[in-house]
Design a protein around this ligand. Structure first.
Ligand SMILES: NC(=O)c1ccc[n+]([C@@H]2O[C@H](COP(=O)([O-])OP(=O)(O)OC[C@H]3O[C@@H](n4cnc5c(N)ncnc54)[C@H](OP(=O)(O)O)[C@@H]3O)[C@@H](O)[C@H]2O)c1
Length: 284
């Protein structure tokens, strides 16, 4: 079993009601489990369970009596206009409902480098989400994470044309979703920082090389072509774009360890049904 980001039990407050918006997603599912294991009352909220931050359905009921709300929802569409509308509308509705319910800590999961990547519609939307949080009166913590290992499949898919995957060689420092969920859980049970913290994996690696290793381990015949001008979700990259600053928290799981562990699991899943957390490319 791999080491994962450790939660300090000393920092865990007595049992709280914690609402996880996006509680059925990749991070949300893991986060809900971790917080329940710590003894908290956790509501896994998402449209599938009747809580919708866009329409407002079920929001007031889910938030009644909650001390903490964690937003790990994501837009169903990454198209520029749709994703901006999603994070703006969802953020406004959620923060208003939290103010009405007297929530004392709002936590959101964003992306390292968001402010450096505003040529991308997705990152403009994440910036809008962060700005709404900072402008609200609710105490908050924003965790900016690097790319999840599980997202590498979607990065490859987004850069694929035929059998060619055209990618920048910019440095990245991805992190496994288990370590992200553990870091979010640790923040959720702590005091609000009214600030932003960063999380990354243990090793910097070039994006083209990362995807090459992923495809090769999966016996995927697509070939990665390096192109420094290749767009990453609409924006060019350099070595600083997606990499964290000096004070980032570091999730310990190595990409190679995750690959060797996850490939037999992925093959087994493909033989049966495909679970939500598979990083299936069609979700991005
Ligand atoms: N992918 C990365 O590498 C990366 C890196 C850094 C940060 N992040 C951030 O991490 C967050 C979580 O990503 P993820 O990959 O865990 O997401 P995900 O697996 O795609 O899950 C998205 C979640 O959002 C929910 N959702 C969608 N529309 C909603 C609505 N109207 N109201 C309430 N919930 C809604 C979904 O609910 P249903 O299941 O009911 O549809 C699902 O639970 C995102 O905000 C993303 O920006 C991602």
């Amino acid at each position: 079993m791999n080491a994962t980001y450790k939660i300090d039990p000393q920092r865990t407050k007595s049992a709280m009601k914690i609402v996880v918006i996006g509680g059925s997603g990749l991070i949300g599912t893991k986060l809900v489990n971790k917080l329940r294991q710590l003894g908290h009352e956790v509501v896994a909220a998402s449209p599938a369970s009747g809580v919708n931050t866009i329409t407002g359905e079920g929001l007031a009921e889910a938030l009644a009596g909650a001390q903490v709300v964690v937003d790990v929802a994501n837009s169903p569409s990454f198209e520029d206009k749709a994703v901006l509308e999603f994070f703006e509308t969802s953020g406004r509705n959620l923060l208003a409902a939290e103010a009405a319910a007297g929530v004392g800590h709002h936590i959101a999961l964003s992306v390292v480098g968001t402010d450096r990547l505003l040529a991308s519609g997705y990152f403009r939307a994440k910036m809008a989400q962060e700005n709404l949080i900072k402008a609200s009166k609710i105490p908050y913590t924003i965790l900016r994470s690097t790319q999840f290992f599980e997202f590498v499949s979607a990065i490859a898919q987004s850069a694929t044309n035929g059998q060619t995957v055209r990618l920048s060689s910019a440095l990245v420092q991805p992190v496994v979703s288990d370590d992200v969920a553990a870091a979010v859980a640790d923040i959720a049970v702590g005091e609000p920082l009214n600030g932003t913290v960063e999380l990354a994996g243990p090793e910097p690696i070039r994006l083209d090389e990362l995807v090459r290793r992923f495809l090769s381990a999966n016996r995927d015949a697509r070939q990665v072509t390096t192109d420094v001008r290749a767009l990453y979700f609409g924006t060019e990259l350099n070595d600083q774009s997606l990499t964290p600053g000096d004070n980032a928290r570091i999730g310990p799981t190595r990409f190679e360890d995750w690959l060797s562990r996850s490939i037999p699991q992925r093959q087994a899943n493909q033989a049966g049904s495909t679970p939500r957390s598979s990083g299936a490319p069609d979700r991005r």
